[in-house]
Design a protein around this ligand. Structure first.
Ligand SMILES: *[C@@H]1O[C@H](CO)[C@@H](O)[C@H](O)[C@H]1NC(C)=O
Ligand SMILES: *[C@@H]1O[C@H](CO)[C@@H](O)[C@H](O)[C@H]1NC(C)=O
Length: 395
């Protein structure tokens, strides 16, 4: 189902379609012959970089983004740091059809260090983002980017990757119009952007995410290290399954709802952790089995395929503690838990008496666990050691 080479995840999934008609997604390793890569720099140690994050998705605490600067002189844009994808894609002045007009656009003509890469491609995304998730698929996705490759100096929290590869958005689907950030920085286990360039400069290949609930604030991510002031106790690490190195996946032997499980929820399942997904996404089979243990009153919400909901005046009385079991490096099981208050994602835009619930159903993508879990843990995304680490956040 989930094919690691053809389905780099996004705010779910991106499926690449090359303008030239080729299908092979691996061809993203491009242009290193025309532009000197950062590998020519002397390897040296870099200290961890803390990046403050802002929190906003229609008023919820389910999406976080931060600043990067591009070019000479530097132009500032905001990006969502998305562990479900790999590329850096930024709106640009090449986007002249109006589709990027609500965002800040990078202007390559205003940068003396910009080099055109000359490659174009289309990238499709689907997403379980925020209130009113739009669940989209390849072919019909309104979350798509038309991209053109380029290189420029890119800085993040004061560190610069010279001549770093990125993609300029030349047109985009209307699905992005709701989003408060400008572009996406992909941070899959095989990132191909400024992060990998910083790793080439000597930064350790590890990231820490502190995606906080709104009441806690001060969300932050760390490139190249872990911010130990943000959690208490020890991190529990779980190894990535060996053959999925382009997604942050873990195997789970069972799921629980309010302490209960069923035979069907006791099968080994792969779930992908995604900072770019707000809620959680399973096939409808699993979603229905989880909802069956939560409340028979939660039903698919017909106007929005993949979404579920219940009358807002009923939702607060429903308990929904979700435990997902994983296996730590030493073989012992541990749970990651979504507290009951995450069940209510908020009222639907087209019917405010109905409230959306946490679990979305999508058939074609792998199971995804997003912000509603991640904001209750400090998470460590360790590329070097191919593992994910978790510890409850300090709040
Ligand atoms: C991003 O930069 C702007 C100024 O350019 C600043 O006001 C804002 O606080 C910054 N946001 C973050 C999350 O650092
Ligand atoms: C995980 O959660 C379930 C349900 O609450 C519980 O029965 C189980 O003992 C927990 N497992 C661990 C390893 O804590």
């Amino acid at each position: 189902m989930f094919h690691p080479l053809s389905l780099p995840l996004v705010l779910l999934v991106s499926i690449r379609a090359f303008a030239c008609g080729q299908a092979a997604p691996q061809t993203l390793q491009l242009q290193s012959r025309t532009v000197p890569s950062t590998a020519t720099l002397k390897r040296r140690g870099l200290n961890p970089i803390d990046i403050p994050l802002e929190n906003w998705f229609k008023g919820t605490d389910l999406q976080w983004f931060g600043n990067i600067t591009v070019g000479t002189p530097p132009q500032t844009l905001t990006v969502i740091f998305d562990t479900g994808s790999s590329l850096l894609a930024l709106p640009s002045t090449l986007c002249d059809d109006g589709s990027c007009d609500h965002q800040t656009k990078f202007d390559p003509k205003a940068s003396s260090t910009y080099v055109d890469g000359g490659t174009v491609q289309t990238e499709f995304f689907s997403t379980g983002a925020g209130v009113d998730p739009v669940i989209a698929f390849q072919g019909t996705s309104n979350y798509l980017y038309q991209l053109r490759s380029g290189f420029d100096d890119i800085s993040i929290a004061g560190f610069t990757a010279p001549k770093s590869r990125f993609w300029l958005i030349t047109s985009q689907g209307e699905g992005w119009a709701n989003d408060p950030w400008d572009g996406i920085m992909g941070l899959s286990p095989r990132p191909q952007n400024v992060f990998s360039a910083l790793v080439d400069q000597g930064l350790p290949a590890v990231m820490g995410f502190y995606l906080t609930p709104k009441a806690v604030g001060n969300a932050e991510m760390t490139f190249g290290g872990i911010d130990r002031t943000k959690f208490s106790g020890d991190l529990i690490y779980a190894p990535l399954p060996a053959f999925t190195t382009n997604s942050w996946a873990l195997n789970s032997p069972q799921f629980f709802v309010n302490g209960k499980t069923t035979n069907a929820l006791k099968a080994m399942r792969r779930v992908v952790f995604d900072t770019g997904t707000s809620n959680i996404v399973f096939t409808s089979d699993i979603a229905n089995r989880l909802y069956a243990l939560i409340s028979p009153d939660i039903k698919p919400y017909d106007p929005l395929p993949g979404a579920y909901g219940i009358a807002c005046d009923k939702i607060d009385s429903i308990q929904a503690v979700l435990d997902f079991t994983f296996t730590a490096e030493d073989g012992t099981p541990f749970n990651l838990t979504i507290p009951s208050k995450e069940l209510n994602v908020g009222p639907f835009a087209d019917d405010p008496t109905m409230c959306q619930t946490l679990i979305n159903a999508v058939e074609e993508v792998p199971a995804l666990i997003g912000a509603s879990l991640l904001k209750h843990y400090y998470s460590v995304w360790d590329i070097e050691n191919q593992r994910l680490g978790f510890a409850p956040i300090l709040s």
